[in-house]
Design a protein around this ligand. Structure first.
Ligand SMILES: [Zn+2]
Length: 267
């Protein structure tokens, strides 16, 4: 059986930078790094996805949806799914319960208003959950979460020992473009990796995972990061390798989560 492969894109745009620096809105160069995502990177990504007829899942903060309606429309026109990635992209571990609830509500409203569909999946803007996050996911009726790094296999999300009705689709930093490529002269300790190093990592992950039934491969990317030509080659070479192997199945997160739910595995 072929390995389920999910391509996910966190389209954070300017909010990736304003969330990292509260004064970021007053810094045009800082913020412009994010503008590149929806304006330049996204059309290239959508064109690549169309060329290989691949489904993808886009996690988009509500404020980005409101600020970039044309970009969001282009995602929807190609049949891709937009899921919940907070409202402002403020790191949730900085939020109290009512502020986090507001992020959930406003992000939800922005998606419903732009897409006519209720989001099914939630991904943290901070790479972290608070003690309130899972309760909020349950209240809003999310079907799946894609946040943890604990496994290569989908499983039921638990909250302090209690098993929830939410499917967790774990991923990994090694399957994310940001640790390799996200760079700014003002972000301490960052260097840029060679695209070839990332292709090597992603293909090796695929080759290992495909030998282990029940696992999946979930890649996390950002249009402002992967959308440069040198980095798009990483995605394209990985996709070509998987297609040529005949042993991968590209699938949207919501469809894979529904399959896990139906088979009820891991409960
Ligand atoms: Zn993000």
């Amino acid at each position: 059986m072929s390995l389920p492969v999910m391509l996910t894109f966190d389209m954070d745009a300017e909010n990736l930078w304003t969330a990292r620096d509260p004064k970021g809105k007053g810094k045009p160069v800082w913020v412009s790094q994010g503008t590149y995502g929806p304006e330049v990177g996204l059309p290239r990504i959508l064109s690549l996805l169309s060329r290989y007829d691949l489904p993808a899942t886009f996690f988009v903060p509500g404020e980005v949806i409101e600020n970039h309606p044309v970009a969001v429309e282009s995602i929807l026109e190609r049949g891709h799914v937009v899921e919940h990635h907070s409202y402002t992209h403020t790191w949730s571990d900085e939020l109290d319960e009512s502020a986090e609830r507001e992020e959930f509500q406003k992000g939800w409203d922005a998606i419903v208003s732009a897409t006519g569909r209720k989001p099914k999946g939630w991904r943290s803007p901070a790479g972290e959950l608070t003690e309130n996050t899972i309760t909020l996911m349950e209240e809003f009726g999310f079907s799946y979460s894609s946040n943890l790094f604990d496994s290569d296999t989908a499983h039921w999300l638990t909250d302090r020992g209690r098993v929830t009705d939410i499917v967790e689709l774990p991923f990994a930093w090694v399957l994310d473009d940001a640790p390799f490529f996200l760079y700014s002269n003002r972000l301490p300790g960052r260097t840029m990796a060679a695209p070839s190093a990332v292709v090597e990592s992603w293909i090796a992950e695929f080759e290992g995972l495909r030998t282990e039934p029940g696992t999946h491969m979930l890649i996390g990317m950002h249009p402002q990061v992967i959308g440069r030509h040198s980095r798009l080659t990483v995605l394209e070479q990985t996709v070509r390798h998987i297609l040529e192997s005949g042993d991968g199945e590209f699938i949207a997160c919501e469809d894979y989560a529904a399959r896990i739910r139906e088979s009820n595995t891991g409960r």
